[in-house]
Design a protein around this ligand. Sequence first.
Ligand code: FES
Length: 101
Amino acid sequence: MKPESNPAGDILSFRATLDGVEHEVPYTQGDALLDCMLADGLDPAFQCMDAHCGTCMVKLRHGEVEMRKNKVLSQRDLAEDYVLLCQSIPLSADVWVNCDE
Ligand code: FES
């Protein structure tokens, strides 16, 4: 069963560091972080958008996300707080991802 993300619709944005610049990215309910960054005109690295290439791996610096699926990150990656932008749905209002790590 797919988790219901942002059920109250109270997550309005998240923070993303990209190329040394910090952005406040508007969040659209139900979208993955990557979708929102692209919609906001940002250009984070990605390829497959299907959880298997690992190109969109970023460090979750703060907050909580849930990945819809993960076919590439190891247990060690997960333990070190790496997530896939193309699969991550924010679960908290204080999400910050660093695309430069
Ligand atoms: S773009 Fe390939 S895993 Fe996210």
